[in-house]
Design a protein around this ligand. Structure first.
Ligand SMILES: *[C@@H]1O[C@H](CO)[C@@H](O)[C@H](O)[C@H]1NC(C)=O
Ligand SMILES: *[C@@H]1O[C@H](CO)[C@@H](O)[C@H](O)[C@H]1NC(C)=O
Ligand SMILES: *[C@@H]1O[C@H](CO)[C@@H](O)[C@H](O)[C@H]1NC(C)=O
Ligand SMILES: *[C@@H]1O[C@H](CO)[C@@H](O)[C@H](O)[C@H]1NC(C)=O
Ligand SMILES: *[C@@H]1O[C@H](CO)[C@@H](O)[C@H](O)[C@H]1NC(C)=O
Length: 381
């Protein structure tokens, strides 16, 4: 009689006091596997390779304060998937192509894989990769149309600014400059900063402190798109970190200050409109209960929140912590048992939720960036 009695009491105690669930937990390995499985567009490979570096080998990411430049890739192995993705893209490239990969008319998007190309090149010592990177750089600097103020277009066919550009091009220009060193390298770091400044002067709305999505050229999308603001904030955070770890850090200190202010503008603007469950909305400032003018979106929530943790780590200012922790938990709760990040915008329409059964490659990568950014923030405390 004694044994069954003990078992029953144990079970009832366990039911009365379930282990607390870690509200920040999600299955990082499953999210990673899915991110790798579904990336297929140029910018998705860019976001994926950076997310993998940040999660799997943060010592090689631009956010490392010890080993970002020159990247200590002899000491820290580049994640295998990053090497294989870069190799398969570049091996697939038409010989002599000015871009790493087909950008479907986008001048900016192919450059998003540039930092990973340059990183892989440091271990492969393969001049093929270096020549590819130089052609991609020269294409952006000398072929792609520019605005009168010198902003490089996101499109090949006309001058058009997209918030997305901020993640695609300035981080590559900066990375190239930081690896190169010398005066030419410093000039590239300054060019990366200038692109951020020129884009901001066109796309930033002081009220409500958010970026519009697309301006100039044959059409505009003036909504404050969540993912667009995430691309802008993350791109500027990468440029900031790259300048800070470069040899030109002292020379370019006011540039670093500006970039942090510009990231903070976006994060502050976005969290003003945060929902009670922690979500941000696809058009950040347009949510009205009962209306379908916009909807809760995990891609924008995760990308902006990744930038928020990077900002707090860089400045030591915890001003966004409460909002970021709520947003993180919302995204973690939106990862299903198979490692899919649910409730994301359709990244190809910008305006509608993904249909059931479809998934967002960039939302998968943003969730990983958010995790890496929070881990780095906690390690900095
Ligand atoms: C390789 O090139 C082909 C033809 O251009 C394209 O269909 C395919 O998606 C490319 N694969 C990669 C990994 O870029
Ligand atoms: C250099 O690139 C070529 C062309 O893609 C490749 O066949 C070769 O294996 C690479 N060499 C090294 C050392 O990685
Ligand atoms: C710097 O750039 C100029 C112009 O592109 C080039 O001629 C020169 O060789 C470069 N110098 C170095 C040290 O790379
Ligand atoms: C969070 O709240 C929004 C409304 O503000 C709702 O549309 C969304 O479904 C909620 N998300 C989750 C995961 O409950
Ligand atoms: C909102 O609802 C209308 C009418 O049902 C529909 O035409 C429109 O596509 C919906 N918008 C979104 C963003 O779901």
């Amino acid at each position: 009689m004694a044994l069954p009695f003990l078992l029953v009491s144990f079970v009832s105690v366990a039911l009365a006091f379930p282990a607390p669930r870690d509200l920040f937990h999600f299955d990082v390995n499953a999210v990673t596997a899915n991110a790798i499985a579904i990336a297929s567009h140029s910018w998705e490979y860019g976001a994926l390779t950076e997310a993998l570096i940040e999660v799997q080998q943060p010592q090689l990411s631009v956010f490392s304060t010890e080993s970002a430049f020159p990247p200590q890739s002899d000491k820290y192995n580049i994640p295998n998937t990053v090497v294989s993705v870069i190799r398969s893209i570049l091996n697939n490239e038409t010989a002599g192509s000015p871009t790493f990969i087909n950008g479907d008319g986008a001048a900016g998007d192919p450059a998003s894989i540039g930092p990973a190309v340059l990183l892989v090149n440091t271990v492969e010592k393969n001049q093929t990769w270096a020549a590819d990177a130089e052609r991609q750089l020269n294409h952006l600097l000398y072929d792609v149309p520019r605005s009168p103020a010198g902003g490089i277009s996101q499109r090949e066919s006309e001058v058009q600014f997209w918030a997305d550009f901020m993640y695609m091009v300035p981080p590559f220009l900066a990375y190239y400059g930081a690896i190169e060193g010398s005066d030419n390298g410093t000039a590239l770091l300054q060019e990366a900063y200038k692109q951020c400044s020129v884009y901001r002067s066109v796309l930033y709305d002081a009220n409500p402190s958010l970026w519009e999505h697309i301006k100039l050229g044959s059409f505009s999308l003036t909504q404050h798109w969540g993912t667009g603001n995430g691309w802008a904030a993350l791109g500027m955070m990468r440029v900031y970190a790259t300048i800070k770890q470069s040899k030109a850090a002292d020379q370019l200190s006011s540039e670093q200050d500006d970039l942090l202010v510009w990231v903070d503008e976006i994060v502050t603007g976005a969290y003003k409109f945060q929902g009670t469950n922690g979500t941000l909305y696809n058009y950040l400032d347009q949510y009205t209960p009962g209306s379908n003018a916009t909807f809760a979106d995990t891609a924008g929530t995760a990308s902006i929140t990744a930038a928020a943790y990077r900002y707090m780590t860089a400045t030591g200012d915890a001003k966004h912590l409460v909002a970021a922790e709520r947003a993180y938990q919302l995204v973690a709760a939106s990862v299903d048992a198979d490692g899919w990040v649910l409730n994301a915008v359709d990244p190809l329409t910008f305006s509608t939720p993904l249909q059931p059964g479809n998934h967002s490659p960039e939302a998968q990568s943003f969730a990983l960036m958010m995790k890496a950014a929070r881990d780095a923030y906690q390690a900095s405390l």
